[in-house]
Design a protein. Structure first.
Length: 187
């Protein structure tokens, strides 16, 4: 489910039933794809993986000491089969976690792009500031798709083709500041 619903976007844009739900849902999903990676999540990224004797091992580039514990359930994504899914940690070290997984043995190998290990989840659908930021981004995406010259005006009222520039997130940064991930602020 997207942070901005189709009904909210339809109402804000005032488009009634002119556009199908699927078209508006694409815009809502795109807003999530822009916004959610910027927000704090309880997740780390693994760089390598291996599978031996039905035990999967995920390796990290830095120490994970004190982050995970044996018996903890984590959501593993981006590693492919049989690594992905909700997994219970059965072993850990300074830079790896292990859990049960059934499959053919695989020696240690790199993952590109990195795999994601998420502990729990943060429900941003209950945060009004995040909801408003998502709606604002959805409207900007919609306007960029449908308005002549992207519909953006500069201070001197001249049309600008840069509605989808870096300014997109700058417009909502104040709303999402409380939930920004430190990793998203690099650069």
């Amino acid at each position: 489910m997207s942070l901005t619903t189709v009904a909210e976007l339809r109402s804000t844009l005032g488009v009634g039933t002119l556009y199908p739900d699927a078209t508006l849902q694409d815009v809502c999903d795109a807003s999530d794809a822009v916004l959610l990676p910027m927000l704090w999540q309880n997740q780390l990224f693994n760089t390598h993986q291996s599978l031996a004797n039905n035990v999967a091992t995920l390796y990290f580039a830095s120490s994970i000491f004190g982050v995970y514990y044996v018996g903890q359930t984590v959501a593993v994504t981006g590693n492919g089969s049989p690594y992905d899914g909700n997994k219970v940690i059965t072993g850990l070290g300074a830079d790896y976690i292990s859990y049960d997984a059934t499959g053919a043995d695989q020696s240690i190998h790199a993952i590109q792009p990195l795999g994601t290990i998420l502990v729990g989840s943060i429900d941003y659908s209950t945060d009004a500031a995040i909801q408003n930021a998502s709606l604002m981004i959805s409207v900007e995406i919609w306007q960029a798709r449908t308005a002549t010259l992207s519909g953006s005006n500069l201070v001197d009222f001249q049309p600008s083709p840069y509605r989808m520039s870096a300014q997109l997130l700058a417009k909502v940064r104040g709303l999402i500041a409380h939930a920004l991930s430190p990793g998203s602020m690099v650069g």
